[in-house]
Design a protein around this ligand. Structure first.
Ligand SMILES: [Zn+2]
Ligand SMILES: [Zn+2]
Length: 232
């Protein structure tokens, strides 16, 4: 487990293909996103044990957005920890299993994007519980003082970031992706509102982020506004 700041840890799995994060508030643990499958819960358990922690200490689960690579292990984690689960209200129905995750319209995509849409069309996810539906703007003091929910829609309608203003640290989900060749917009074929994607990237640029923790790729440190200016 990678220690990022005093309270924030990252679990960067499978050559950085998918990351999730842990907040430690004096032994009260919060997990942010939980990978592709129940296998990620085993990874999480092993990583927690390396710090002397256990899954039973996980009291909160924050989900950035309801894509299968971020909620695939959610049902399994809930079965082990009974943690209180939060997600934006616009993504809640996907977690509960009543809806498929919205995508970009095929007519807005090229050949590759349309092919990818066909590949993911039949993906299924195990339904899981949502305890609190977020709107954006909440400050989650029970999890960590100052931790603010920021709605950053576009990649999904309910995509959120979790912002610590004192540390200038944003856990941003898939608002952007840090590919080996650089920071990029998220993949378009799974992003139902491409205009909102741009507005959300602008919102991040206006935040004065110094540590950007994304769902995919290495952590971005330094002046994030400068590093993402080419995307705007
Ligand atoms: Zn995503
Ligand atoms: Zn993702």
């Amino acid at each position: 487990m990678l220690q990022i700041t005093d309270h924030i840890y990252g679990i960067m799995t499978k050559m950085h293909f998918v990351n999730y994060y842990v907040i430690d508030n004096d032994g009260v643990l919060t997990v942010i996103d939980i990978g592709l499958s129940s296998g990620d819960v085993k990874t999480l358990e092993r990583e927690l044990e390396s710090k002397g922690w256990s899954l039973e200490q996980v009291q909160h689960i924050l989900i950035t957005h309801a894509h299968p690579d971020h909620i695939g292990g959610l049902a399994a984690l809930q079965a082990r920890s009974n943690a209180h689960t939060y997600i934006h209200r616009r993504d809640a129905a996907v977690v509960r299993g009543g809806e498929k995750s919205p995508t970009e319209k095929p007519e807005n995509l090229g050949f590759f994007g349309r092919m990818m849409l066909r590949i993911i069309a039949n993906a299924t996810m195990e339904p899981a519980r949502v305890d609190t539906e977020l709107n954006g703007g909440e400050v989650l003091v029970d999890i960590l003082p100052g931790l603010e929910v920021i709605h950053l829609p576009g990649h999904s309608y309910g995509q959120c970031g979790f912002w610590l203003p004192d540390e200038k640290l944003l856990i941003g989900g898939d608002v952007m992706m840090n590919f080996p060749w650089g920071i990029s917009k998220p993949l378009r074929f799974v992003s139902p509102d491409w205009n909102a994607v741009h507005e959300s990237i602008r919102k991040v640029a206006d935040l004065d982020v110094q540590i950007l923790c994304l769902g995919h790729g290495a952590i971005v440190r330094g002046n994030v506004s400068d590093k993402i200016a080419h995307l705007l």
